[in-house]
Write a protein that binds this ligand. Structure first.
Ligand code: SF4
Length: 205
């Protein structure tokens, strides 16, 4: 897994606040990453770019191509804030884990950014249309986690063709907004609406 710096959003439950600044000091140079991967050829099957938001990096396409050229499969974790950039990356990807945080109209409650839901849901449409292997995940924000809301969200996702879906428990550690900690509650093990997917998983760890 490679963690990329930068993200245009500021979700209160973000655990990677140290990665959000695109100009913050990195831990490794790209040359050092490639040298590491050269030594791992034949030992690792795939490399997943995560973050932060990897698509915030303008050099991401070149990085994906370089990793593929070494013979690795390539995965991407994204929240989909840049649908046009994501669309251009699809030919370089084998798998995408896409965060869908809420119904489109509720995104600003999660990300702090007006209009952010339209981009994320457009990214979902583009990935579905491309037919790439896709896992959609939601970490419900406290306050957007009641069973009726989750059911509406899942019904909407199933209606646009999502087949593999993961609900992720918000963890009370390293939160960008520590005031959320007291409002986190356990997710239901089998929420209404989960049966709409071919594959459903509740991730609590
Ligand atoms: S989109 Fe992801 S990386 Fe960006 S602030 Fe939200 S949780 Fe953190």
């Amino acid at each position: 897994m490679l963690w990329c710096q930068g993200c245009p959003w500021r979700c209160g439950y973000c655990h990677n606040g140290h990665l959000l600044d695109p100009a913050g000091p990195g831990l490794l140079t790209w040359d050092a990453v490639l040298a590491f991967l050269v030594r791992r050829r034949g030992l690792l099957d795939a490399v997943v770019f995560s973050g932060g938001e990897p698509t915030a990096q303008t050099a991401l396409a070149a990085a994906l191509a370089a990793v593929r050229a070494l013979g690795f499969k390539v995965g991407l974790h994204s929240a989909g804030p840049y649908p046009d950039r994501l669309a251009a990356l699809i030919p370089l990807l084998d798998w995408v884990g896409l965060d869908i945080k809420a119904l489109p109209e509720d995104y600003p409650l999660v990300t702090g950014v007006p209009g952010s839901g339209a981009g994320a849901w457009r990214s979902l449409d583009l990935l579905r249309a491309a037919g790439i292997e896709l896992e959609v995940r939601t970490t419900p924000l406290p306050g957007l986690d009641d069973p009726a809301y989750l059911k509406r969200l899942m019904q909407r996702l199933a209606a646009v063709g999502v087949r593999r879906y993961v609900l992720q428990q918000c963890r009370p550690v390293d939160l960008l907004d520590p005031s959320l900690r007291a409002r986190i509650r356990p997710l239901p093990a089998r929420p209404a609406g989960a049966s709409a997917f071919d594959q459903f998983e509740l991730r609590t760890g």
